[in-house]
Write a new protein. Structure first.
Ligand code: NAP
Length: 258
């Protein structure tokens, strides 16, 4: 029970990595606040945690909306009394040739992936300062450290997440608030199911060839498992990572080494 009685807020908890991580943290004894724009997704997560005997709250929010984010933070405080861990996982990804990248695509990507994390960090810090500290984990990507064709808005947003993470970490290091980013490579989530056709076009592959292509290019020869992501989140959230802040940790099976 690594997270017993910890209050943990997770954005993007309605799907993929966020949904899986929520269940793992609940099994480790945490009180969970599930936040997502996908109501069906958080309803499913809520039911499954309740069924397993966990304590959980769900809030349909748009992470780009300040009121939504701060109301969700207050709801977590009202139900669980504090916020120990805030995981900013919600994100979107659009693969599009650069000259077809409209302002709408650019603005939406930067808004969800970067403004959403800024608001999440601000809300988390506000509550953690009253509680003697906490741990914030932001989802960046290997694409936050390395550019990719047809991926300008996503790469820019995820590089921004690293800058945000480092800067908030420095400002609140002495208040016992640790802030770290995770930079995964490929995890086969609904995000990838949605974008596999566009990635296939970029590499001139068939959609069915995309995952085998990744496996060939990743030194470890395979994509990342959900549990390998949640294990890192769990480590960064807990006291065993007490001297780690401001880091952007690669989780890429050797694809990225700096
Ligand atoms: P996912 O399955 O698509 O889950 C992301 C969740 O965020 C979805 O439920 C989505 O709802 C929600 N969301 C989108 N916009 C939102 C908004 N404005 N407000 C609140 N929630 C919103 O994606 P994932 O693959 O688990 O990715 C999780 C995080 O890891 C993302 O930040 C992603 O960039 C990052 N990451 C993923 C990979 C990978 O290979 N999967 C690699 C590197 C980094 P809708 O579905 O309704 O949009």
């Amino acid at each position: 029970m690594l997270m017993k009685d910890k209050s943990v807020v997770i954005t993007g908890a309605g799907s993929g990595i966020g949904a899986f991580t929520a269940k793992v943290f609940s099994a480790e004894g945490a009180n969970i606040s599930l936040l997502d724009i996908d109501e069906a997704g958080i309803n499913a997560g809520y039911d499954s945690i309740i069924k397993a005997g966990g304590a959980v709250l769900k809030q349909k929010i748009d992470i780009t909306n300040r009121d939504d984010v701060f109301k969700a933070g207050s709801a977590a405080i009202n139900k669980f009394g504090k916020i120990d861990v805030w995981i900013n996982c919600a994100g979107i990804s659009i693969i599009v040739p650069f000259l077809d990248c409209t302002e709408d695509i650019w603005d939406k990507t930067l808004s969800v992936n970067l403004k959403g994390m800024y608001l999440g960090c601000q809300c988390a810090v506000t509550h953690m300062l009253k509680n003697g500290g906490g741990s914030i984990i932001n989802f960046s990507s290997q694409s936050g450290k390395k550019g990719g064709a047809r991926y300008q808005a996503y790469c820019a947003s995820k590089a921004g997440v690293i800058g945000l993470t480092q800067s908030v970490a420095v400002e609140f290091a002495q208040q016992n608030i640790r802030v770290n980013a995770i930079c995964p490579g490929v995890v086969k989530t609904p995000m990838w199911d949605r974008q596999i056709d566009d990635y296939a076009k970029k590499r001139k592959l068939k959609p069915s060839e995309v995952m085998p292509y990744f496996c060939k290019t990743i030194p470890m020869g395979r994509v990342c498992e959900y549990s390998e992501v949640s294990d890192l989140v769990l480590y960064l959230a807990g006291d065993r990572a007490s001297y780690i802040t401001g880091q952007a940790i690669n989780l890429t099976g050797g694809s990225l080494m700096s």
